[in-house]
Design a protein around this ligand. Structure first.
Ligand code: ADP
Ligand code: MG
Length: 581
C-alpha cells in the first residue's frame, strides 16, 4: 500500500481513542473542565452505564459565544499558551483534546453561558461535525450531554462492560474528585436514581462521611506533613486507622497537586507504612494529597493525564511513607502515666470521653481553600494543630489468665483482654529489631550443638543467609551436605522447634512479594517461634512482665502479622452492658 494521509474523520477517531476509553473517561474530562471552570456545583447524570447518556452540568464560568466552536477544535485550550506554561500547569486540563475527542465519537450537545453575556449558546455535534447552533437563555455555566457514545466506532462499543461495571467506574471517579475538592458540591445520578451527593463544606471528612458512612469516617486519621514551599513536598489528607481495611487497593486514592492519579509507587509506599499493622493481603483506606512545586512534576506523560512523573521520585516516595508511618505511630504511641500536674481522675475522664465519642468531632478538618482559589494554592492554608487524642496503652494491672491463652488486665480505661501469643509476638518482633539494629542480640548457647538437615533448596538458601541469621543470634555452620550444626539460637527459641522455625524462615525467603523483605518476613517468623504459645500457663510474674513490655512497644495493638493483640471494654461499655448508666 502506498503511504497516504488519513482522512480527517478517521484521524479524529484514532486520536479520540487515546482519550476516551469508556464512559468514565468522558465523565473525567468533563468534570475536570467543570473544576477548571471554578464551578461550585457539578452534577453528573448517566443512563445505561453511560452508553446511552452522560450529562455533566456546572455553574462555572461558561464559554463566551464566539469561542464555543473553537473549544471543539483539536488542541484548543484556554489553559496554557506556551511551552513554558506546560511545565507549570495548575489546571487539570491543558491538552485541548477532550471536547474534540468526545464530540468525534458521540452525539454531543453543549449549552453554555458565560458570566458577562446576556444570552447563552447551544451547539450540537454529530460524530465531530457541527449539526446545529443557536442562542438560548440559561443561567451562567455549562451543560454537556453526550449521547450514544461510540455509536460510530463499533469496535470500541464492543469493549464496554456490563452497565453496572461502567457505572461503577463512574461512581468511583466521582468519589475521588469529591474527595479532592471538598469545597465543591458533587452529585451523581444513574438511571434517574441518586447515587451520591456531597455538600461542599470544604471538609474532606464530610465527603468521607457522605460517601463511606459514619463507621468509616470515625476511623479516619488526619495526616498533614511537610510544607512544599519549604520542604519541596507536602502530604495531607486522611488515612484509615489500622482496624479499617479492604481486600483491594481501590480505596487508596492519590492526588498530586489535586490531580487524581494512579501511581503504583505511592500505593507501595503506603502499604509499606502500614506494614505489620494490617492483616496480610489487606489494604488500607487512604485519601492522600501530595503537593509539590508544579515544575517538579510532569503531568504530560499520558493522554488521560492519569499518570505523572516526579522529578524526584524517591523523595516523594519517602515523604509519603514517612508521613503515613508517623501518623500511625503517633496514634499508637505509648502512655507512660497520667500527665504530671493533672489528676488521674481527669486523665481517666479524658480516656473515657475518647471511648465514648471517637471520631468525627475530633478529626474534623477545616480546609481553608475555597474552590475559587484552588488554582493558585495547592495546599490548604495551615490550620491550628488538631489535638486528636492518641491511641495509648495505659499502665495495666494483671488480674489473671483464662483458657491459658488470654490475660485479663485492668487499666484506667476499663478492661483489657490480651492474646498472650499475639502480644508477645509483637514484643519479640520489636525486641529483635532493636537488638539487631544495635548489634546486641541476646544469644542462647545450646547445651549440645544440634544438627539440622534441610532439603537441598533450603540448604542453599540457608547458606546464603547465614550472615544475616548470625545478626539475630544464630550460630550456624555448614556441617556436611545439606546438614548444618547449630551452636546458638536467639533467646526464646526452643531447640526442639529449631528445624521448623528455620525452614519457615527460609520459606519466607523463597516467597518474597512486594512490601516484604526477606529479613522482615524471617523476623516475623522468628518472633512467632520465640513468643509464648497459646495454651501455656503463665505465672503472675510472667504475665506482669509481658504486659509491661507490651506497654513499652511502639505499636502495641497488633501483632506483626496485623492481628489484634487485645480487646478493650471501657468502663462506660461495661456500665452500659450491665444497665448501670
Ligand atoms: P482543555 O481542558 O485541555 O483545555 P478541553 O477540550 O477539555 O481542553 O476544553 C477546551 C476548552 O473549552 C477549555 O480550555 C475551556 O476553555 C473550555 N471549556 C470546556 N469545558 C468547559 C466548562 N465546563 N466550562 C467552561 N469552559 C469550558
Ligand atoms: Mg479538559
Amino acid at each position: 500500500m502506498p503511504i497516504r494521509i488519513l482522512p480527517a474523520d478517521l484521524a479524529a477517531k484514532i486520536a479520540a481513542g487515546e482519550v476516551v476509553e469508556r464512559p468514565a473517561s468522558v465523565v473525567k474530562e468533563l468534570v475536570e473542565n467543570s473544576i477548571d471552570a471554578e464551578a461550585q456545583e457539578i452534577r453528573v447524570e448517566i443512563a445505561q452505564g453511560g452508553r446511552q447518556l452522560i450529562r455533566v452540568s456546572d455553574d462555572g464560568c461558561g464559554i463566551p459565544a464566539e469561542q464555543v466552536e473553537v473549544a471543539f477544535a483539536r488542541h484548543a485550550t484556554s489553559k496554557i499558551a506556551s511551552a513554558e506554561e506546560l511545565y507549570r500547569v495548575r489546571t487539570l486540563g491543558f491538552r485541548g483534546e477532550a471536547l474534540a475527542s468526545i464530540a468525534a465519537v458521540s452525539r454531543l450537545t453543549l449549552t453554555t453561558r458565560s458570566a458577562d453575556e446576556p444570552v447563552g449558546t447551544v451547539v450540537r455535534y454529530e460524530g465531530g461535525s457541527l449539526a446545529h447552533r443557536e442562542a438560548v437563555a440559561r443561567n451562567q455555566g455549562t451543560d454537556i450531554r453526550v449521547e450514544n457514545l461510540f455509536y460510530n466506532t463499533p469496535a470500541r462499543l464492543k469493549f464496554l462492560r456490563a452497565d453496572a461495571t461502567e457505572s461503577g467506574h463512574v461512581a468511583r471517579l466521582m468519589s475521588s474528585y469529591a474527595l479532592a475538592f471538598p469545597g465543591m458540591r458533587f452529585e451523581l445520578q444513574s438511571n434517574n436514581r441518586l447515587v451520591s451527593r456531597t455538600t461542599g463544606t470544604g471538609q474532606i471528612l464530610d465527603v468521607v462521611l457522605a460517601l463511606y458512612g459514619l463507621d468509616v469516617a470515625e476511623q479516619m486519621l488526619e495526616i498533614r506533613q511537610g510544607d512544599y514551599e519549604r520542604d519541596g513536598v507536602s502530604v495531607w489528607g486522611l488515612i484509615g486507622a489500622p482496624g479499617l481495611h479492604r481486600s483491594n487497593r481501590r480505596d487508596m486514592i492519590f492526588f498530586v497537586n489535586r490531580r487524581w492519579i494512579q501511581d503504583q509507587s505511592l500505593s507501595f509506599a503506603v502499604s509499606q507504612a502500614y506494614h505489620t499493622l494490617l492483616p496480610q493481603g489487606r489494604h488500607p483506606l487512604v485519601v492522600l494529597n501530595v503537593a509539590l512545586p508544579p515544575e517538579d512534576v510532569d503531568v504530560n506523560i499520558h493522554p488521560t493525564k492519569q499518570e505523572v512523573r516526579f522529578r524526584q521520585q524517591n523523595a516523594v516516595f519517602a515523604a509519603v511513607q514517612r508521613a503515613v508511618r508517623s501518623t500511625l505511630m503517633a496514634q499508637h504511641s505509648v502512655a507512660t502515666a497520667p500527665m504530671p500536674g493533672r489528676s488521674a481522675a481527669s486523665w481517666m475522664r479524658q480516656q473515657e470521653a475518647r471511648h465514648l465519642a471517637p471520631g468525627v468531632a475530633q478529626t474534623a478538618i477545616e480546609f481553608q481553600t475555597s474552590p475559587r482559589e484552588h488554582a493558585p494554592s495547592l495546599v490548604p492554608a495551615p490550620e491550628k494543630a488538631l489535638a486528636r487524642p492518641t491511641e495509648r496503652l495505659p499502665m495495666l494491672r494483671v488480674v489473671g489468665q483464662i483458657a491459658q491463652t488470654y490475660i485479663i488486665a485492668e487499666g484506667p480505661g476499663g478492661l483489657y483482654l490480651i492474646d498472650q501469643h499475639a502480644a508477645h509476638e509483637r514484643i519479640r518482633y520489636e525486641a529483635l529489631q532493636t537488638q539487631k539494629a544495635s548489634s546486641q542480640v541476646t544469644v542462647q548457647e545450646l547445651l549440645e550443638p544440634q544438627t539440622v538437615e534441610l532439603e537441598p533448596q533450603q540448604a542453599t538458601l540457608l547458606e546464603e543467609h547465614l550472615e544475616q541469621l548470625a545478626a539475630w543470634g544464630f550460630d550456624i555452620a555448614l556441617f556436611g551436605r545439606n546438614t548444618f550444626l547449630v551452636k546458638a539460637v536467639p533467646v526464646g527459641l526452643a531447640p526442639e522447634t529449631l528445624p521448623v522455625a528455620l525452614s519457615e524462615m527460609l520459606d519466607a525467603a523463597s516467597e518474597g512479594g512486594p512490601g516484604f523483605s526477606w529479613a522482615d518476613q524471617a523476623l516475623m517468623t522468628l518472633s512467632c517461634h520465640t513468643a509464648v504459645r497459646a495454651g501455656q500457663t503463665l505465672s503472675q510474674q510472667e504475665m506482669r512482665e509481658l504486659v509491661q513490655q507490651l506497654e513499652r512497644s511502639s505499636l502495641p495493638h497488633t501483632c506483626p502479622h496485623g492481628r489484634p493483640t487485645m480487646l478493650h471494654l471501657s468502663q462506660a461499655q461495661l456500665e452500659r452492658q450491665f444497665l448501670r448508666s
